[in-house]
Design a protein around this ligand. Structure first.
Ligand code: GLY
Length: 394
């Protein structure tokens, strides 16, 4: 354990109380570090919108083999992580080991899915090709036109809102101090990060600062240019529907497809919620729910599962994924002593939560991160792009 140079401060200050900041704080506090989190609304952020698919295998992309290793390592930790978190918080997280079915609706989709299947098998992943009839036998609500699909029994789900609530309670029980205020700027003293100043004027001193502010991480005033994280927001619009009791079980696992080039997925929770996502839009910090976004999601979901139009639509929301130039997270120390990053998780923030907590705790206690995390140092981007940064008015 490190000893604090700040008598009145903390060993670790985490800027950002989304699931990544919270898991970092929880794991740090468990290691005996005096830990604080600064966020106006801890437990909020992108996790309020996310569907919570743990889709290491079905969201595999060409050229992302290193990220696959990280995703698989985190997926493997999920069951034990959930058991520990639920015991520590006394709260359920909605983790559901239900698997995923990725289906094709036309010949183009099927060719694309065949390519994905080949990539999965070359990568040593478990994934089984099913005919359309076999898909419908598994999920009778699927459209008659489904042409085939991939059954991936290892891609599960969790409810990100309940995950965030459990992490918040676990942090509180572990002694994490919460400052419910916006961070005005990072404090840099001499050549190192030394804490932060809050909008209300409070000055928080810390030996180590973890910047875990999601898509806003690159906008924190006070960051020296050379450590501004190259993250940008990627908007996702998501719908929530409710499956009334007579229709249950509407779907028994996550069902997804690529429809005319757009991803659509339906994530059925045990409590009757059905999450439909998600658009992927480069719209800056705009979080407007648009008629077009809702229309496209419903149109594509309806092609996949026609009965969806019978269900009550209960919520529409948009959130911002924090995307890095290579779609992978930035984890660990930066060029500024005392400043670490835990951001840039893009489509994988929920999936990577368990591993991120463990990786950051290792860094914060001077240890070595697990092997799959080593390629994801923030220093892999030698000249971080700074255009997303918002300068303060003079
Ligand atoms: N991983 C799902 C999404 O980002 O939409």
């Amino acid at each position: 354990m490190r000893s604090s140079r700040n008598g009145n401060g903390s060993d670790v200050l985490v800027i950002g109380g989304g699931i990544i900041g919270l898991v970092t704080a929880w794991r740090a506090a468990q290691r005996g570090l005096r830990t604080a989190v600064a966020d106006p609304e801890p437990g909020g952020g992108a996790a309020r919108v996310a569907a919570g698919m743990l889709a290491a295998v079905t969201e595999l992309h060409y050229g992302e083999q290193l990220l696959l290793g990280l995703n698989l390592a985190s997926a493997a930790r999920y069951p034990a992580f959930v058991a520990e978190l639920e015991a520590a918080s006394g709260r359920e997280t909605g983790f559901r080991a239900c698997g995923t079915l990725a289906v094709a609706l036309d010949a183009d989709d099927r060719a694309q899915l065949r390519d994905l299947h080949a990539l999965q098998l070359r990568s040593g992943l478990e994934s089984e090709w099913l005919t359309g009839r076999e898909c419908r036998r598994l999920e009778p609500m699927l459209a008659p036109g489904v042409r085939g699909g991939l059954r991936v029994d290892g891609d599960h789900q969790i409810d990100p809102r309940r995950l965030a609530a459990a992490l918040l309670t676990a942090c509180e029980r572990a002694g994490v101090v919460f400052h419910r205020d916006r961070v005005e700027r990072l404090s840099v003293v001499g050549d190192r990060a030394a804490g932060a100043v809050l909008a209300g004027g409070a000055e928080l001193a810390a030996d180590q600062v973890v910047l875990a502010a999601g898509s806003l991480s690159g906008r924190l005033p006070g960051l020296p240019d050379e450590v501004v994280p190259p993250v940008r927001p990627v908007k996702g619009q998501v719908l929530r529907l409710t499956v009334p009791a007579p229709y249950a079980p509407f779907l028994s696992r996550t069902v997804r497809a690529v429809v005319r080039g757009s991803h659509v997925y339906l994530v059925p929770r045990e409590n009757g919620e059905l999450v439909v996502g998600a658009t992927s839009e480069e719209m800056g910090w705009d979080t407007t729910v648009t008629a077009g976004g809702v229309y496209e999601l419903l149109r594509d979901a309806h092609e996949l599962v026609p009965g969806i139009t019978e269900l009550p639509l209960t919520e529409t929301l948009a959130g911002l994924r924090p995307a890095s130039p290579d779609n992978a997270p930035l984890l660990g120390p930066t060029a500024l002593p005392g400043l670490l990053l835990a951001t840039g998780h893009h489509r994988n923030g929920v999936l990577l939560t368990p591993l991120t907590g463990d990786v950051m705790a290792e860094f914060l206690t001077g240890g070595e991160p697990p092997e799959p995390a080593r390629p994801f140092s923030p220093r892999r981007f030698p000249s971080p792009a700074a255009p997303v940064r918002q300068e303060q008015p003079a």
